[in-house]
Design a binder for this molecule. Structure first.
Ligand SMILES: *Cc1c(COP(=O)(O)O)cnc(C)c1O
Length: 350
């Protein structure tokens, strides 16, 4: 892969915005009159009067330690959705280039492509939501700039077989973006452990799921340093707020809280996966390496969905997704929430 060839010519040529804080990198300044901030303080009491570190160095140092990668291999964004959008804008010329997706999959790839006037090629997964040999051949033959591989996949919950992903990594001419939003719930190593082998590999992770920090908006992209530099070049200068950076550091320091929640969610997932098939309205529960279960309902999943809504229980109706006819996606909740869900489903089943 030639990275420079994958980058849009206007991005290669442009000069990034140089913020005041980029230019000054010395020891703590005494008098900061460079950025038109309010030196008096902040309305609301808590101090947020200074712009945050544009490169989020403190957070990256902790993420690097935790993940066993170098800080220069990390990009942080306003959710991983920002990384998805930036990767698209980095590589795809609007009205000309395309991305590849593997339905059924996460909806934001398509939204980001549509927003950027980038064409979408679709290569569907098999009935058990894997890549067939034929699909791999199609992906490898495609001239798309990016392929998004979601593993564990949303909305299906399964990991994609590593050998298949590896064949894509070896054969595809563009960037291979492995979206690991749910990796902390999976019984498989992260693709971040293979970054050294594949210069076209980008791994996405997020603080929104296992870390329980969806409200913060903080996502991670891991890739070769040259690619990370390009993402930094085009990102909004202060894309991760000071408040988010501070809270992320607190979260990263609480590995025991993180582990406890993860263990409980995994245990609850197994309980739910065991209980659902005992209901006559549940035809199939797909294996999950995530914090949700995709289940196929009979005879009418949408009727079940609406019944649950009426009981104040919101799940995700995925019946119109390719390969997901009759399927609802159920997030694993607290033990009480899961019990409520099961009770409502039992009642519906009569
Ligand atoms: C939830 C989710 C994300 C997370 O996006 P954020 O913007 O980080 O909240 C990314 N990818 C997939 C597949 C998801 O399900």
């Amino acid at each position: 892969m030639n990275l420079e060839q994958l980058i849009r010519p206007n991005v290669r040529a442009m000069k990034p915005y140089a913020s005041a804080r980029d230019e000054f990198q010395g020891p703590a300044a005494q008098v900061m009159l460079d950025a038109n901030e309010n030196s008096l303080g902040s309305a609301g009491g808590q101090l947020f009067n200074r712009y945050p570190d544009p490169l989020q160095r403190a957070v990256k140092a902790e993420v690097a330690r935790l993940k066993g990668v170098g800080p220069e291999q990390i990009f942080l964004g306003n959710g991983s959705d920002e990384a998805i959008d930036l990767l698209l804008r980095l590589t795809c010329v609007p009205g000309q280039d395309s991305i590849l997706i593997l339905p059924p999959t996460y909806g934001m790839y398509e939204v980001a492509a549509n927003l950027n006037d980038v064409a979408i090629e679709r290569v569907p997964l098999t009935a058990d939501f894997q890549l067939s040999d034929e699909a791999i051949e199609k992906v490898v033959a495609s001239s798309a700039k990016l392929v998004f591989i979601c593993s564990p996949n949303n909305p299906t919950g399964n990991l994609l077989h590593a050998e298949a992903v590896e064949r894509v990594l070896r054969g595809f001419g563009g960037l291979v973006v492995v979206d690991e939003a749910y990796v902390d719930f999976a019984a498989a190593p992260s693709w971040t452990t293979r970054l050294g082998e594949f210069e076209n590999l980008v791994v996405l992770q997020t603080f929104s799921k296992a870390w329980g920090l969806a409200g913060l908006r903080l996502g991670m992209a891991f890739a070769a340093p040259a690619l990370i530099q390009y993402l930094n070049k085009i990102k909004p200068p202060y894309n991760v707020s000071e408040s988010t950076q501070q809270h992320a550091l607190a979260g990263l320091a609480d590995t025991s809280g993180f582990d406890a929640m993860r263990r409980e969610l995994l245990q609850q997932r197994e309980q739910l996966a065991a209980a659902l098939p005992t209901l006559p309205i549940v035809e199939q529960v797909f294996p999950s390496d995530a914090n949700f279960l995709l289940a196929r309902f009979r005879p009418d999943a949408t009727a079940v969905y609406e019944y649950l809504l009426g009981r104040g229980i919101v799940v995700r109706n995925r019946t119109s997704q390719p390969g997901c006819a009759g399927c609802l996606r159920l997030t694993v909740g607290t033990p009480a929430e899961n019990a409520q869900l099961l009770a409502a489903l039992r009642e519906y089943a009569g």
